[in-house]
Design a protein around this ligand. Structure first.
Ligand code: FNR
Length: 183
């Protein structure tokens, strides 16, 4: 069994990226579980808060989920050609204290969806220095940039575009195969 922790970098109820992550969880091949992590309860990083109260419970839940997972999938929106602050903030919190070791050597893949033409190409590249800093192992053999994403989901946020479903399924299967699983 291979377990992948998936994090969407959007808090929006109608988020295209969260919808893409949900679709990915459904399209994961047999033997692969894509577990969706929740970043909603993570506060804005504040060193004073950390000094006074330690690591927030929402962050510990995510680092525990990362420790239990064989890989990490970031589903990233693109804001101003860069990474979304809420997801960067989450990883910043997760990297504090004992959480940092959870990242080391962990396979990671990045995908994303945008209503625009480039499908988060810039944001995906902008994650690389962060993943390097965390000593993760990026998977580069697949690439999934979902452009013009507004037209690919139905009103309930279900991914209805067959070509994108196939690309997503291939991506997840490829990533999972590259990391293997735990017996
Ligand atoms: C955007 N958006 C955007 N899209 C893109 O392809 N390239 C970009 O540089 C930006 N920049 C940007 C900045 C800010 C502040 C916002 C709020 C939005 C549009 C973005 O892709 C769109 O809002 C997506 O729907 C956001 O992802 P979710 O929330 O649907 O997952």
């Amino acid at each position: 069994m291979t377990t992948i922790l998936g994090l969407s970098g959007s808090l929006r109820r109608a988020s295209l990226n969260t919808a893409l992550l949900r679709a990915g969880a459904q399209l994961a091949p047999p033997g692969v579980t894509l577990r969706i992590g929740d970043i909603r309860g993570v506060p804005v990083y504040d060193g004073d808060l950390e000094a006074e109260s330690g690591i927030p419970a929402a962050v510990t839940a995510l680092t525990d989920a990362l420790a239990a997972a064989d890989g990490l999938l970031l589903v990233t929106p693109e804001y101003n050609n860069g990474v979304p602050g809420v997801l960067k903030n989450t990883l910043d919190w997760m990297s504090r204290g004992p959480g940092l070791e959870r990242f080391r050597g962990k396979p990671v893949a990045v995908i994303g969806a945008s209503p625009g033409a480039f499908g988060t190409a810039h944001a995906q590249s902008h994650w690389l220095p962060v993943l390097r800093s965390l000593a993760m192992r990026p998977w580069f053999e697949g690439r999934l940039m979902v452009s013009r994403a507004g037209g690919l989901f139905d009103a309930q946020g279900r991914l209805t575009d067959e070509a994108t479903r196939a690309r997503l399924a291939d991506f997840i299967a490829g990533f999972a195969a590259s990391i293997g699983g735990r017996p």
